[in-house]
Design a binder for this molecule. Structure first.
Ligand code: SF4
Length: 384
């Protein structure tokens, strides 16, 4: 790696030239994205949270609908968490929605509705780390705050030939020092977005478009023919695997509309607060899956007539969902009740089949209940 010292790893003259080249390129090649038409820090905050782990093309629709539903930080803070989770459904990584909701409440209750104007202040909000704080501060408030994310790591490691795991502590220190040197005092938001844009459209993880790159002439990886080797591999712990059992339980109401038995997950941990079908995550040793599910259902609803025998649950199939650190196999059973039995657990509810799409299910839970849709119960009301 080149560079005179660890606080200024880029030669200062090179840093100035690189900054100018990136800004000139951004001025001509920036995509027209809806959040680039606003200076509203709340709207930019929402976009930055959604863009973590989600593609721009997907975020555009979600961001637009979110701002229609919760146009201000006050509107989000006043809404029930469920509404926020429903609006987030399908984007995955639901912790982001919970943190955004908690952050909005903090801004309204503790900060008089004013979003903090500096990266240091923004970092105190739930779910806002150094990257997001820098992005919001630079774009919405013009603070010369650096940002480092996967895009920036990739560009900098290729440009300057930074070897090894990009997440390693020493490399992170180098990237943040480089980003701080590059961030433009007069156009910090544009410089940061130029880096994000270059990483998203040109200096991509695969199929790198070096011939379209405005800084190719100073790129170590390009000059050495090592673009595919940099950045180095991230050392990750192997994902765990497990198997759980779930039950899709349908019951028609008095008008014949099918309802699905749903359970809200605990308020902390994996998929906190989201809906799912009754699921046993840890089978007691030696327990049969159907027995364990019947026991769980009996703890959720009163007198589940029609589900008294394990045979009442038919095996539907299996579905796998990959969380970041966990590959989970759901073994799915299906059963019917003659009517929605009264719920006895506050986390349980009956959800009408035609309202499932709008309910706050996780992506994993949707995969589960859709397994049973091959044989949907007849909606007696719609049949006349
Ligand atoms: Fe990335 Fe290629 Fe540009 Fe280097 S030349 S910064 S590898 S796009």
């Amino acid at each position: 790696m080149s560079g005179p010292d660890e606080n200024e790893p880029i030669d200062p003259t090179d840093a100035l030239a690189l900054r100018a080249e990136l800004l000139a390129w951004y001025d001509h090649h920036r995509r027209d994205l809806p959040w680039r038409h606003t200076q509203d820090p709340y709207a930019i905050w929402v976009s930055e949270i959604m863009l973590q782990q989600t593609q721009v093309a997907t975020v555009i629709d979600y961001w637009t609908r979110w701002l229609e539903r919760f146009p201000t930080v006050e509107a989000l803070a006043a809404a029930p968490l469920d509404d926020a989770l429903e609006q987030w459904a399908g984007l995955g990584y639901y912790r982001r929605a919970r943190m955004l909701h908690a952050g909005a409440q903090h801004v309204v209750e503790a900060l008089g509705g004013e979003v903090p104007t500096t990266a240091a202040g923004l970092k105190a909000l739930p779910g806002v780390g150094p990257y997001t704080a820098g992005a919001i501060a630079s774009i919405a408030f013009g603070e010369a705050a650096p940002i480092v994310d996967g895009n920036v790591e990739r560009i900098l490691s290729r440009l300057f030939g930074v070897e090894g795991d990009p997440k390693a502590r020493a490399n992170q220190k180098t990237f943040w020092a480089m980003a701080a040197q590059l961030v433009c005092p007069t156009r910090p938001g544009d410089l940061n977005q130029a880096m994000m844009e270059l990483g998203a459209t040109v200096c991509t993880p695969k199929n790198v478009a070096c011939l379209l790159c405005p800084v190719r002439h100073r790129c170590v990886a390009f000059a050495q023919g090592r673009v595919d080797e940099l950045p180095g591999k991230v050392q990750r712990a192997a994902a765990k695997t497990d198997r759980v059992v779930s039950a899709i339980i349908w019951a028609p109401d008095a008008d014949g509309h099918p309802h699905l038995l749903t359970v809200r997950r605990p308020d902390t941990g994996l998929l906190a607060g989201l809906l799912e079908c009754p699921t046993v995550e840890q089978l007691p040793s030696g327990a049969a899956p159907r027995h364990a599910l019947l026991e769980l259902i009996a703890s959720l609803v009163d007198a589940p007539l029609g589900l008294s025998s394990p045979d009442a649950l038919a095996l539907c199939g299996e579905v796998v969902h990959k969380f970041t650190h966990l590959h989970r196999t759901f073994v799915v059973y299906e059963g019917r009740l003659p009517a929605p039995a009264p719920v006895t657990d506050p986390r349980a509810a009956w959800t009408r089949a035609d309202a499932l799409a709008d309910a706050a299910f996780s992506t994993a839970a949707r995969k589960v209940y859709r397994l049973g849709e091959a044989q949907p119960p007849e909606d007696e009301a719609s049949g006349g």
